[in-house]
Design a protein around this ligand. Structure first.
Ligand SMILES: Cc1ncc(COP(=O)(O)O)c(C=O)c1O
Length: 418
């Protein structure tokens, strides 16, 4: 494939690590990871699972698949164990779906930076469709219909819509009415849906209504999720896909399992042990998750306020740990400093202020726009002690190690926009 490169968020993460190792002080908002220690019972499961050293079945053993089926069923997506596959991360599952489901891909613009490169590796065209004003993670319905028709008229074959619920990079959740509209178009236009719900358990207000397209178009929707974000164990690599009933779902499951058998064989046994415990959602795990969500909400909200105070417009974050401000309202001030697009914005924030963010064009957004993604989950502390303090704090925004970083962000944004 031409244009081969390291995924921009991973590349930025490595750059930040190198510059920090050279002694530079950097506030890292450039990588979507919650900096929290692994919950101890997960570590215990990992250790007790170490004896599981055989390959096992490709889609995962019965225990983990049953636990994952229960997880989906409790979320109004009735699921049996034979409709679930676990894998080393949801990223490989998304790649497998790209390989198995024919046709081109429709993506919200902006969206997570991996969807488009995966489509390209699978030989597909990816069509970006603008997101609505109110939220990200879904294409704006009228624009979706228009893009599908225009793409078909020019000889392409768009078949798959990817939704991110809640969304990375905007930190927002599409409301049920919008999901219904997108599903209606999908049914009319013969499209299939991949619903990436990896941030589902990180809604800041658990009462916020969430509708999965798997509830509306059950036969046409594959759901993916994983434990990387909710439980802050991205490096352990645990993902899961839920396939629908019906002939199409059975065919996709078969294709993904075949692909998996040639690429990763199975999810590592100790990780299956961890996942079986986590997807069963015991009470202590739910409490831990609730504490993490409180922290994500507080810190994402604080970074949002820094951006708005500097003059940016921004959708208030309601899920996950992301903020996606738009500095168009203060373009004149930024241009006086030589910031004319998202590339120069990212560079100058890092080089002049030591604040690392991911420029919007890496997420499919217009390069001329003054937008970036700030991943706020890295602000919880450098040491385990600081991270536990943050997790357990009644008022995390009053912790010195957090306020120091927030002040630096606030001052950097303010100085740039003056
Ligand atoms: C929207 C989204 N989906 C999927 C992933 C991949 O997660 P994993 O492969 O760790 O399950 C990420 C990670 O950043 C993400 O933001």
């Amino acid at each position: 494939m031409s244009g081969r490169r390291l995924s921009p968020n991973l590349a930025l993460n490595q750059l930040v690590a190198r510059r920090r190792a050279d002694g530079e002080s950097i506030v890292h908002l450039g990588f979507g990871e919650a900096r929290l220690p692994p919950f101890r019972p997960l570590v215990e499961r990992l250790v007790s699972g170490a004896e599981r050293s055989m390959y096992g079945s490709v889609a995962g053993g019965a225990a983990v698949r049953e636990a994952a089926a229960g997880y989906f069923t409790r979320r109004r997506i009735p699921t049996t164990a034979d409709r679930v596959a676990v894998a080393p991360g949801s990223k490989p599952l998304l790649m497998a779906l790209n390989m198995v489901i024919p046709g081109d891909v429709l993506l919200p613009r902006p969206c997570w930076n991996t969807y488009a490169p995966q489509a390209a590796y699978a030989g597909k065209r990816a069509f970006g469709v603008a997101i609505p004003d109110e939220c990200g993670g879904v294409p704006e319905p009228a624009a979706l219909r228009e893009t599908v028709r225009a793409a078909r008229a020019s000889g392409h074959d768009p078949r798959i819509v990817v939704l991110t619920l809640p969304d990375n990079p905007t930190g927002t959740l599409a409301p049920p009415a919008l999901i219904r509209e997108v599903c209606a178009i999908a049914a009319e236009e013969d499209l299939y849906l991949i619903s990436d719900e990896i941030y589902r358990d990180l809604l800041h207000d658990p009462a916020q209504p969430m509708l999965s397209p798997a509830e509306v178009l059950p036969e046409r929707t594959v759901v993916t999720t994983g434990l990387s974000k909710s439980l802050a164990i991205g490096g352990w690599r645990i993902g899961v896909a839920r396939f629908p009933g019906g002939a199409w779902g059975a065919d996709v499951l078969d294709g993904v399992t075949s692909f998996a058998s040639e690429v990763w064989s199975t999810l590592a046994g100790p990780m299956q042990e961890v996942a079986a415990y986590a997807f069963a959602e015991p009470v202590e795990l739910r409490e831990h998750l609730a504490a993490s969500v409180r922290l994500h909400a507080a810190v994402a909200g604080a970074v949002y306020r820094c951006a708005v105070a500097a003059g940016a417009s921004c959708r208030p974050p309601t899920g996950g740990f992301y903020v996606y401000p738009d500095f168009e309202p203060v373009r004149a001030a930024l241009e006086r400093r030589g910031i004319t697009d998202s590339d120069s914005f990212q560079r100058q924030l890092l080089d002049e202020f030591g604040v690392a963010v991911l420029a919007g064009h890496h997420l499919g957004d217009d390069r001329r726009a003054l937008r970036f993604k700030a991943a706020t989950g890295q602000l919880y502390g450098e040491t385990e002690e600081e991270q536990y303090l943050a997790l357990n704090a009644e008022a995390p925004l009053r912790l010195r190690h957090i306020t120091d970083k927030l002040t630096r962000i606030e001052e950097s944004f303010a100085k740039l926009c003056r």
